[in-house]
Design a protein around this ligand. Structure first.
Ligand code: DLL
Length: 449
């Protein structure tokens, strides 16, 4: 099992000695040329491994008339067909796995919004690599061996909780496995255990901030100095809001279950300039989502990933639906960065011909001092005309009049900067539902017929 006709060029590094947990991995300091040489070797193995051990890939490649031996240079990756959620769903539960026997050590699943969950699996080596990469993300974000780390990502089938957990242990931190929800208890444990770092979705961290205030506590007085935030799109304005609320450094971490989980990419505390994709394990591409054409570095489009070292679930040219662009590396010059995710192609709202994403509304709403970051978008179709309502809470300290004036300004900003007219309903603080993980921002009330 798990053997391919060419030898696997990769073995995960052993757990470092306690004194070395804070040191960078050798791949972090590699040049672009060294990374690409590594990518070539690892990709060649991945293509053979997938073709020889996963019938779904063999059929997919055969149907497109390509064979792993057609891969003779990095650019040849473009000859291979894309995969997507549907490819994985069709082989539910384990048909896309190369390992289903005793090598399989863990299974996660993402619930998705409709139908069957997407199931993902890991061998021992996959889990070791995952922990190494999450530890790398945490190191880049400023977590150090010996720190206490409060983990508010959900534990369970979601990859956030356990993925972050083992990364924090690997870097030599003490993890507090709190999971999401029970906000009052979150506040109590942060106050009592004094963690230096917190791991959470950005919107749930705002809920935790409200929890502090409800108990008469100032979040700025908490022990938290670093927050590593991801699992949902967030903006620079949201970073500022969170940093000011807690007086800490907020850094991005990106990932998706199908590609591994959290830790595919993350941001350096030193520069806060977007997440470096760990290209010793993942080869990213940006494609035009409509024409499927590969775009050059710098152009906006859909992010596509190929895994380079994964054993249980090799993933080839997987379409993420996440929209962003690739940028050159800075703190890790061998690895490219990704811009912020502006949205998911399936979260795009088309309103009377104008395309828009919730992140564009977030960016503008957070500039209004009387309005809070808590909002939802409702799309309805009264009289056969699409209409969007932004339901947004006023801030505690703002009067209703101030909030109404802010709403009128926001409405104008949305009209001039994005295009469509919309309705803004200001509601009272604490009246909208809070998330304990990924927040649902869009409520589409249109009749699907
Ligand atoms: O959300 C993995 C994760 C957990 C990442 C904790 C970071 C922290 P999934 O549930 O499979 O996995 O959802 C993946 O979430 O395709 C993006 O649309 C979105 N996403 C994840 N991280 C970010 C981020 C986890 N930093 C989907 N910024 C992805 C924007 C993100 N969107």
């Amino acid at each position: 099992m798990l053997e391919a006709s060419i030898p696997n060029p990769y073995t995960p590094a052993p757990l470092p000695a306690p004194a070395d947990r804070g040191a960078p991995d050798p791949e972090e300091t590699m040049s672009r040329g060294q990374i690409e040489a590594l990518q070539f070797e690892r990709l060649r193995w991945t293509l053979h491994h997938a073709y020889e051990n996963v019938p779904a890939y063999r059929e997919h490649f055969d149907a497109h008339g390509v064979h792993p031996s057609d891969f003779t240079e990095l650019g040849d990756l473009a000859k291979f067909p894309y995969t997507d959620k549907e490819f994985l769903r069709k082989s539910y539960p384990f048909g896309a796995f190369a390992a289903t026997g005793p090598e399989l050590r863990r299974i996660h699943a993402s619930s998705g919004t409709t139908g069957q969950p997407t199931v993902v699996g890991y061998t021992d080596d996959d889990l070791a690599t995952w922990a190494t990469l999450v530890a790398r993300c945490f190191r880049a974000g400023g977590i150090r061996p010996g720190d206490r780390v409060h983990n508010a990502y959900g534990y369970g089938l979601f990859t956030g909780g356990l993925g972050a957990h083992y990364g924090a242990e690997r870097i030599g931190a003490a993890v507090i496995p709190m999971s999401g929800g029970q906000t009052e208890k979150q506040v109590q444990l942060i106050t009592d255990f004094q963690p230096r770092a917190i791991l959470s979705t950005p919107t749930y961290l705002l809920t935790i901030a409200d929890g502090f205030k409800k108990l008469g506590l100032d979040p700025r007085e908490s022990s938290l100095e670093v927050a590593i935030l991801g699992a949902e799109p967030w903006t620079e304005e949201m970073r500022r809001e969170i940093e000011q609320t807690f007086d800490l450094d907020a850094l991005d971490i990106y990932g998706l279950s199908e590609v591994m989980g959290p830790g595919v990419a993350s941001e350096s505390a030193a520069t806060k300039d977007g997440s470096h994709i760990w290209e010793d394990h993942f080869r990213p591409e940006i494609i035009d989502p409509l024409t499927d054409e590969v775009l050059e570095t710098g152009r906006h489009g859909e992010l596509v990933f190929t895994s380079l070292t994964k054993q249980a679930l090799p993933i080839i040219r997987y379409r993420t639906h996440d929209l962003t662009r690739l940028l050159p590396g800075t703190t890790h010059p061998g690895h490219r960065r990704m811009g912020r995710i502006t949205g998911r192609s399936d979260d795009m709202i088309i309103l009377r011909g104008v395309n828009l994403f919730p992140s564009q509304i977030e960016e503008l709403a957070l500039k209004e001092p009387a309005l809070s970051p808590h909002f939802t978008l409702e799309i309805a179709r009264p009289d056969r005309m699409d209409q969007m309502a932004v339901i947004i809470e006023r801030r505690d300290h703002a009067t209703l009049e101030e909030a109404q004036a802010g709403a009128a300004h926001l409405r104008m900003e949305i009209k001039t900067k994005i295009g469509p007219s919309c309705v803004i309903n200001v509601v009272e603080p604490e009246s909208l539902a809070r998330s304990s993980g990924k927040l649902k921002r869009i409520y589409d009330l249109r009749d699907p017929a």
